[in-house]
Design a protein around this ligand. Structure first.
Ligand SMILES: NC(=O)c1ccc[n+]([C@@H]2O[C@H](COP(=O)([O-])OP(=O)(O)OC[C@H]3O[C@@H](n4cnc5c(N)ncnc54)[C@H](OP(=O)(O)O)[C@@H]3O)[C@@H](O)[C@H]2O)c1
Length: 306
């Protein structure tokens, strides 16, 4: 399998992320069979050459099975069903953002079945995937990584191999703790700037051009300027990742003061019932807390991705 793309692939989970990732594999000409709990969501992949299957059993003969669901409980459920259906793929590449403990339990289960396992969580949302800029952080046997790498490359702009075991999980958790803290800070300073009298688009234009600007601040700018909160990542999924970070900090005696504060701000938002839209609705919370009634600016601002 090394270096070439001649494996048969299975895919589990076509939510916001999984769909966009599988779409890149299908468009890249891979032999891909896809299963999603809600089958209809996966069906549009057929026009790109993927086969959408009705049961996990139909992934039984695939060489490499990718998994992109939500939480560790969900991963455990789908992989459990896959194995119970008699499937013994050569390798499972698990991309959901899950805990170290869950990942290591999965490694034990799979190694008992002689299945290679890579932990391969990702950075980027569905728009980032479409722009070809998704990145992976990967851990597990290096040889397995060499086999999976051509597919990872096809789904984005590359991967970082960080070592054996579950190291990729901690890297991803650290990444998303940073994401949470950065979005909260970005919301705070944007509201501060607006309350001082400048439009949000003008402030963010300055920030994005500065050394503090990043791919993230740029692609969140349209949401903050025009208050378009179509979900890229839900508040609850972000809370899960902050909790994973805080738990890891506790386990390793690392204080996480900013993560803890951000987690509680996010919890307050969730407690107010703000759960259906994007996590960038933190800006609405910040505006409310600042006595500011913010409105969409209806400005054509770029997201830095296209
Ligand atoms: N969105 C982002 O920006 C982003 C970025 C990086 C990483 N992530 C991580 O990527 C993962 C997926 O995120 P997402 O935004 O794509 O979530 P999502 O849109 O909610 O999709 C979740 C997917 O998992 C499936 N699923 C959930 N529980 C299941 C179960 N018990 N059995 C079978 N299928 C189940 C869902 O199936 P149905 O369609 O049937 O509901 C759906 O396909 C999460 O771990 C998230 O933390 C997300």
């Amino acid at each position: 399998m090394d270096g070439a793309r001649n494996s048969t692939l299975g895919w589990i989970g076509t939510g916001r992320m999984g769909y966009a990732m599988a779409e890149r594999l299908a468009k890249g000409g891979c032999d891909l069979a896809v299963w999603n709990r809600t089958r209809d969501k996966a069906l549009p992949l057929e026009k790109h050459g993927a086969k959408v299957v009705a049961s996990l059993e139909e992934l039984a003969t695939r060489d490499i099975v990718f998994c992109m669901v939500s939480t560790w409980d969900d991963v455990k459920q789908v992989v459990g069903k896959l194995l119970a259906a008699g499937a013994r793929p050569k390798m499972i590449v698990e991309c959901s953002s899950i805990s170290l403990e869950g990942s290591s339990e999965l490694r034990k289960i799979l190694s008992g079945e002689g299945i290679e396992y890579l932990a391969a969580p990702v950075s980027g949302n569905a728009k980032v995937i479409k722009a070809g800029k998704l990145t992976f952080v990967v851990s597990g046997p290096e040889k397995a990584y060499a086999s999976a790498r051509p597919y990872l490359d096809l789904m984005g702009s590359g991967s970082s191999y960080v070592g054996e075991g579950e190291l990729a999980r901690i890297a991803k958790i650290c990444h998303n703790v940073f994401l949470g803290v950065v979005i909260q800070s970005l919301c705070e300073i944007t509201i501060l700037a607006e309350k001082a009298g400048m439009p949000r688009h003008a402030f963010l234009n300055f920030l994005n051009k500065s050394v503090m600007g990043s791919m993230f601040t740029r692609y969140k700018t349209p949401a903050l300027v025009n208050l378009d909160f179509k979900v890229t990542f839900t508040p609850k999924l972000l809370r899960k990742d902050l909790d994973l970070g805080i738990d890891a900090g506790k386990a390793m005696d690392v204080p996480m003061p900013l993560a803890s504060l951000t987690r509680d701000l996010l919890q307050t938002m969730i407690g107010h019932g703000m759960i259906e839209e994007d996590f960038a609705t933190l800006v609405l919370m910040q505006a409310k807390a600042s006595g500011l009634d913010i409105k969409p600016e209806n400005k054509a601002v770029g997201d830095g991705l296209s």
